[in-house]
Design a protein around this ligand. Sequence first.
Ligand code: AHM
Ligand code: MG
Length: 341
Amino acid sequence: MKKKTLTQYLVEQQRSAQAISSELRLLIEVVARACKSISHAVGKGALGGVLGALESENVQGEVQKKLDVLSNEILLEANEWGGHLAAMASEEMETLHAIPNRYPKGEYLLLFDPLDGSSNIDVNVSIGTIFSVLKAPHGLGQEIVENDFLQPGTAQVAAGYAVYGPQTMLVLTIGQGAVGFTLDREMGSWVMTQEKYEIPEDTKEFAINMSNMRHWAPPMKHYIDDCLAGKTGPLGKDYNMRWIASMVADVHRVLTRGGIFMYPWDSREPSKPGKLRLMYEANPMSFLVEQAGGVSITGTQRIMEVQPEKLHQRVSVILGSKNEVERVAKYHAEQGWEATP
Ligand code: AHM
Ligand code: MG
């Protein structure tokens, strides 16, 4: 049987399941099209002159790579004129991007990390784009302000990522499970290759940047110590470790074969809980992971229930196979640790 395309999947979801509106369908199609352009630019590498850094820094004080900025522009331009959005926000922009007055406006808010895993761009390792879709809290016509974006992850109506690896894939949820599409480069279309992701409940594989160990909170240290103790230790199994340093690629592995991914709170910058951003990294990934039967927490709280206070807020992230994430929650609860917001 011929495989379904992204367009067919979305039309079905709109028509028979009535899971999405036609505006949301258009929005997802446009984001997917932008990801196709980004994938093309990533694939050209040095031949396209897209590698290397710029002199600018983003709002978080990180040096911007050429591809960070290019991907941001591709997403902005693709989404500006379709009439489906009220505003956008991105890791690479200090504040929201309003839809210019010359275009019609819609009811959705789009947030994205245009190019996640920036440190891997120049070394030809998988990178990706992460996005999250919310509804504007009030009707059309009213000006959108940053506050309108500050909704918990449970309010997301869609989320997904594209991973630019050996294959380019798009993984999407509209709250009806997590579905995967592979880019057919010859045809230029997204073809469904995973109807439903199901994260195994148990795992022996963890992903964490071990070089930060000395900065972690005590429950996190204890958990990893116990993992490293292996079969004869308290957890009674030998663990394996993977760390790609692109959240998209690490989470894609977790969705595909299970595992636990962690970027926990650490004491390097106590005012910033962890490295990853809540609104356009942790929330969309948590939505996908939960839709695939996994769990996603800060250590003490479900990530999707964290009430955001700032657009670029950071959060501690522990996600993946249900039983393993719950084990980490238990370490936090038993050791009375509450400082991981
Ligand atoms: P970025 O959005 O600037 O690329 O930063 C986020 C990335 C994640 O993809 C990844 O999990 C993490 O940073 C890697 O951090 P580290 O450099 O500590 O390994
Ligand atoms: Mg990122």
